[in-house]
Design a protein around this ligand. Structure first.
Ligand SMILES: [Mg+2]
Length: 124
């Protein structure tokens, strides 16, 4: 079980991800924009699922803030994106994202990547 912060501006996707994670015994925090996400980082989640395309503050903006604070910089982040474009993968590599989920995704795919990334951060 992990404490997972899910950041997604699409309410349907946010609720879907929340249900999938809760059914799998995770403790879920949800944010529908970047500002709310930064506030919820104070709860020290073990993992962040971060939508990239959001109005106002993008997921990349949120990631920059997470990586710039000592207390948060080692938190694993999985980018949630509809854009499987090469440009986004390159940006993610540069910004040290820990994984990708491309929308639309299968439940199994989501859980697999979460387990993989949590497994790579055993002290989290
Ligand atoms: Mg979005």
């Amino acid at each position: 079980m992990a404490k997972i912060l899910v950041v997604e501006d699409n309410e349907d996707i946010l609720n879907l991800v929340k249900i999938i994670l809760e059914v799998n015994n995770h403790d879920v925090l949800t944010a529908s924009d970047g500002h709310e996400a930064i506030k919820l980082m104070e709860n020290k989640p073990d993992l962040v699922l971060l939508d990239i395309m959001m109005p106002g503050m993008s997921g990349w903006d949120v990631l920059d803030i997470i990586r710039s604070r000592d207390k948060w910089k080692n938190t694993p982040v999985i980018a949630l994106t509809a854009l499987a474009q090469k440009k986004d993968i390159e940006t993610g590599v540069k910004k040290h994202v820990d994984g990708y989920i491309v929308k639309p995704f299968e439940k199994k795919e989501l859980l697999n990547i979460i387990n993989k990334v949590l497994g790579e951060h055993p002290n989290k």
